[in-house]
Design a protein around this ligand. Structure first.
Ligand code: PEP
Length: 268
């Protein structure tokens, strides 16, 4: 799939004060992004607005880490998708920490997916198996069912516009050990990518399957970025721990630029 842009999306999780997030965004905004690379960052909700203002004049987009499925009402502590409009271009839905720490169900995730689309925010549906599911050979079943339920209320066009992040739960770092953590081999990532596109083709047709963007997330870092980004059919990375500093994150953005360029050369 040469000629497709490479997406490098950063998930800052619950890191950085508003001041720190804004200062970090300012540093990123001064960097030059190579052709063929799309960069976006997901700050904590409280920093979303100032970070999005800081990035307004550069090509880095903002991602909300979460959004509620109801548009407004008595839901203390929540932020609705319409509230994110104009501030975030994307929203993470069903991140493993939302599923496993905050007990979000596939059904809630399904409702959040359609709320995001309804509000014009591009959803990034995160899916992936736990270690126990992997050890019981349930990886494909888990991927397929999370995908099927999460996308159930979307049309083929909406699915084609969405982003899917394959993030095996057992491969996610704690933010500090991202260069030492266990992770799938590129061949296993390729199998997951093929399964996701195959399922989408079956359910939503070939256009949606070829248009949908698929990211990998889980302990990616500057040392393994090139190998992962070279997986055929993969559109990019969702980066957690390694996205928290310019020195660990920007080499990944540069690697994406090189892989994009190499793919173009291979095509000639
Ligand atoms: C994530 O949790 O979305 C993630 C990709 O984390 P990490 O890169 O730290 O494993």
């Amino acid at each position: 799939m040469s000629g497709r842009k490479k997406l490098i999306f950063a998930n800052w999780k619950m890191h950085f004060s508003v001041k720190q997030a804004t200062a970090f965004a300012k540093k990123l905004s001064e960097k030059k992004i190579d052709e063929g690379v799309v960069v976006a960052v997901a700050p904590a909700t409280i920093s979303l607005s100032p970070v999005s203002e800081t990035l307004a004049k550069c090509d880095i987009a903002t991602i909300a880490q979460n959004g509620y499925h109801r548009d407004e009402g008595a839901f203390t502590g929540e932020t609705s998708m319409p509230m994110l409009r104009g501030i975030a271009k994307f929203v993470l839905v069903g991140h493993s920490e939302r599923r496993h720490v905050f007990n979000e169900s596939n059904e809630l995730i399904r409702a959040k997916m359609s709320a995001a689309v309804r509000s014009g925010i591009k959803p990034i549906l995160c899916i992936g198996e736990t270690l126990m599911e992997k050890e019981h050979y349930h990886t494909s079943t888990v991927i397929s069912s999370q995908l099927e339920v999460g996308l159930a209320d979307l049309t083929s066009d909406e699915v084609g516009d969405a982003v899917i992040a394959y993030e095996p739960v057992w491969a996610l770092s704690n933010g500090k050990d991202f260069s030492k953590h266990k992770m799938p081999a590129p061949d296993d990532i390729k199998k997951a990518v093929d399964l996701i596109r195959g399922n989408i083709k079956e359910l939503y047709g070939i256009d949606a399957a070829s248009k949908v963007k698929i990211l990998y997330g889980g302990s990616s870092n500057a040392d393994n970025a090139t190998a992962i980004l070279s997986v055929n059919g993969l559109d990019g990375l969702l980066v957690g721990g390694a996205s928290l500093g310019v020195a660990t994150f920007w080499p990944m953005v540069e690697a994406a630029g090189r892989v994009y360029k190499d793919n173009l050369t291979d095509k000639k």
